[in-house]
Design a protein around this ligand. Sequence first.
Ligand code: FPP
Length: 225
Amino acid sequence: MNQAKHIAIIMDGNGRWAQMQGLKRVKGHETGAKVVKAITTYCSNNENIERLTLYAFSTENWKRPRLEVEFLMKLLDNYLKNELPSYLKNNVKFEPIGDTRAFSKSLQKTIKMVEEKTAHCDGLVQSLALNYGSQDEILRAVNALKNSKKDITAEMLNNALDCKEDVDILIRTGGDSRLSNFLLWQAAYAELFFIDKLWPDFSSKDLEKIIKQFTKVERRFGGLK
Ligand code: FPP
């Protein structure tokens, strides 16, 4: 039976969720942050799950209206500060991936602070993808390795990535069936789940169903049974 150790989620549909109820798009992000908390808690209570990687802000999200980008930055800052006690209580280690150098100094400070304060936690790793793009991640890794005297191996490249762990289950909410530059290397053998529900409506029950389905999938990794 397959056990999912690494779950990755593209949390799509916040804006549409809000607009469908006559609310501003940012209200969808606010509700989305509550779902981040609920799903993280659920995963931290499931002893098989080691890592949860969530796509919170992509390298392409800077193209959004300035006010929405600012709102997302503030939301992230508040989330990290407010949730620090629950990271600690649930023994969750926070590990950002992506190029956070583009963020304000104060947000970078908050990110570092939560990373350091949760560094000793040895339960779930919650990895937030922040100013993350898979192509950017691979390019940064290749550039870091470019002076290597030896040919670059898959292992060397993998170890130079922000996220070094293969993904077992990759979920995208919100009805689209694309990967949008998320964990392209790490998801090479992931099971993909594209679901119509919008992120603010996603619940731990939905995740539980997906995990159950995953346990029954036959994974061959290119080999034969
Ligand atoms: C996609 O929905 C979502 C995002 C670009 C941001 C994800 C952010 C959150 C879930 C909340 C904040 C997270 C944390 C960790 C505090 P969309 O806006 O593209 O939705 P749409 O496709 O309906 O427009």
